[in-house]
Design a protein around this ligand. Structure first.
Ligand SMILES: [Cu+2]
Length: 639
């Protein structure tokens, strides 16, 4: 790898620096009195719109967009601040809005609750007196489930957990039936729901909930070292945040809500850089728990809109998280007081061997075989008990793969002897993990060979037996252009092996076709939820595997900008209600994929990473296999 000196000026798409975050917070303190009693929900770069980027980068003024609120009068505001001079160009009151949850609130709430006499007494009644072992974990509400008397307030509800010992799994022992309801602006306990039912009267079950060496009941197995070496360095280069590798070129962004962002992804084809995607990121993640019991009925997480993948990003460690020759990028987020926080080694960039790219053995010429490698750009997030590992992989033949792995610790609770609930799986003594789903919404602002694109559904169709098709073998593909946003709502079809083709409407390939990429869904599943349920009402986006909209820079959040305490999905369903044309225009795809998590004993006490993915595959984008020029690997003499 070669690392050039970073450019002296930030690129217009580079994330805000710590100094810029400080400047923005100081401007708001000075000019709007955003001080002690306020919280910052988000401070992010206001990215230049597409059109602006084609101009001179130096002409673009760096601008920040801020959402903050006053905890005293509970009013939220949006500010737009030009970074160089701290001028506030926009100050908008956001009535009735509850911005995202913050890490500070999570910690402050835990501290407040663990000292609260009501919680101490409820725990003492259950024989729990060592508060150093207790952890509370506040979750956000959906509006429909908020008790009438607390409507309009910034409230949350919490679980209570107890560790088995000082260093043991914090999420192994659920204090079932005990749930504080809190006001996060006043930071006070509103009520303590304490269900003295059969479950709690049986005490906590004896479980083996540990995963750390020394705490697990088995010795560690033996494995020999496995090392990767690239003695001549890597094949990628990093210039500031611009990555170049094997004809690929892209720019890495990052913000508190989406985490990693891939900007201006292109492939250099015979010396010409051809655009593929303008911007790709995850715009929302919805995790409804499918269990109606008192412990779980409120449990629907919006890990992006409520908590933020960027805020939740964790530092990566060489040899553990990433193996080989690694380049890392740090990320800068902020706390709820507007102070910058740097996450070291937040984004990992490295190459991986991925087996065979192509091969043929000919009797005369012998074997021609090429190993494939991929460039992996990844980041990891920890959202309380759960981990999401995000991998964007670029291949030498033009493929892009996006994989998410889910690991960490499942939510569990206990049940009365002989009464396991049907809405989950028993994973240990009197302990079950409720069924739930992880829906991820990838926002794919594709520009396949430039901006105007048309998306078509492509289906395999079996032709009837006729004279021309006497054996019933003929199969054709049927392409249906999606003309308006209502066509753009698409579902996965096993029967027709449906996929979606995104084609340029301007250029032609050498055989007269339209250069295209195909979105190949690999992790789609139906929502399987009653449409009247609050979880669906707040996230109608999960009702389809694909949505297509015309590019509109303000349309970023599929469940609405503020899903915390939301009542309805005012994102994609609202935008697409206008049924705008999406043909031959600059389009954005919203792909819903994820994990339908039917829990199992093997996911306990820590879950082996499960995975889900989708692919973007060139489909007539190149004239032939784009990886014919990959050289053979040197032969090694084995033993
Ligand atoms: Cu899960």
């Amino acid at each position: 790898m070669t690392t050039d000196q970073p450019a002296p000026r930030p690129h217009p798409l580079d994330p805000l620096t710590a100094a810029e975050i400080n400047r923005v917070a100081a401007a708001l303190l000075e000019q709007k009195g955003v001080g002690q009693r306020w919280r910052f929900g988000s401070i992010e770069l206001r990215e230049p719109a597409k059109g602006e980027l084609s101009g001179r980068p130096d002409d673009i003024v760096r601008t920040a967009e801020v959402v903050c609120w006053n905890t005293a009068d509970e009013q939220a505001y949006r500010a737009v601040v030009t970074v160089p001079d701290g001028a506030i160009t926009h100050w908008q009151h956001l009535p009735g809005v509850q911005p995202n949850m913050t890490v500070d609130e999570w910690h402050e709430c835990d501290e407040m609750l663990r000292e609260h006499p009501a919680l101490l007494s409820a725990l003492a009644n259950r024989g729990i007196t060592d508060m150093s072992l207790v952890l509370t974990d506040v979750w956000a509400y959906g509006a429909a489930l908020v008790p009438e008397r607390y409507r309009g307030r910034r409230i949350g509800w919490s679980d209570v957990w107890v560790r088995g010992s000082a260093d043991s799994n914090p999420y192994a022992h659920h204090v079932t039936g005990l749930h504080p309801v809190v006001d996060l602006n006043r930071m006070e306990l509103l009520e303590l729901e304490d269900d003295q039912s059969a479950v709690s009267s049986h005490g906590m079950p004896e479980v083996m909930g540990e995963y750390r060496p020394g705490l697990i009941p088995t010795p560690l197995r033996e494995v020999k070292p496995l090392q990767l070496s690239q003695p001549d360095g890597t094949s990628f280069s990093l210039h500031g945040r611009l990555v170049r590798w094997q004809n690929w070129e892209l720019r890495l962004g990052f913000n508190p809500r989406e985490g990693l962002i891939l900007h201006t992804v292109g492939f250099s084809d015979a010396g010409r850089l051809r655009p593929i995607a303008h911007r790709m990121s995850f715009a929302e993640m919805i995790v409804p728990y499918r269990d109606a019991t008192t412990d779980h009925y409120r449990r629907t997480a919006f890990d992006i809109g409520e908590w933020g993948l960027g805020f939740m990003t964790t530092s990566l460690e060489l040899g553990c998280d990433c193996l080989g020759e690694i380049s890392y990028l740090d990320a800068v987020v902020h706390d709820s007081h507007g102070r910058p926080r740097t996450i070291r080694n937040a984004v990992c960039i490295h190459e991986e061997d991925d087996g065979i790219l192509w091969k043929h053995v000919d009797e005369r010429a012998g074997a021609e075989v090429r190993r494939t490698r991929r460039l992996v750009i990844s980041f990891h997030v920890t959202v309380a008990n759960y981990e999401y590992l995000v991998y964007w992989r670029f291949y030498q033949d033009g493929n892009i793969e996006c994989e998410v792995r889910a690991t960490g610790i499942m939510v569990t609770s206990s049940f009365a002897p002989g009464q396991p609930p049907a809405t989950g799986m028993v994973v240990d003594q009197r302990t079950y993990a409720p069924y739930h789903q992880h829906f991820i919404v990838a926002r794919l602002d594709l520009d396949v060979d430039g901006e105007p694109n048309t998306v078509s559904s492509v289906e395999s169709v079996v032709l009837p037996v006729t004279e021309a098709n006497p054996h019933g073998l003929a199969m054709v593909t049927q392409e249906t252009p999606l003309r308006t946003e209502s066509d753009g709502r698409q579902d996965y079809s096993w029967e027709t092996q449906r996929s979606w083709k995104i084609a340029s409407t301007r250029s032609l390939n050498s055989t007269g076709g339209r250069p295209a990429y195909k979105l190949i869904p690999g992790g789609s599943f139906p929502a399987l939820i009653d449409e009247s349920s609050p979880a669906f009402q707040r996230a109608e986006v999960i009702g389809h595997a694909l949505w297509v909209t015309p590019y509109a820079p303000a349309e970023r959040w599929p469940c609405g900008e503020f899903p915390n305490l939301s009542a309805a999905d005012y994102g994609l369903p609202a935008w697409t209600a206008r049924d705008r044309p999406i043909e031959d225009t600059d389009i954005v795809l919203w792909h819903v994929f994820g994990l339908h998590h039917l829990t199992r004993p093997e996911d306990w006490p820590v879950m082996p990473a499960d995975r889900t993915s989708f692919w973007l595959k060139p489909w007539g984008f190149f004239d032939r296999n784009a990886a014919l020029d990959v050289p053979p690997s040197p032969h090694q003499h084995g033993r």
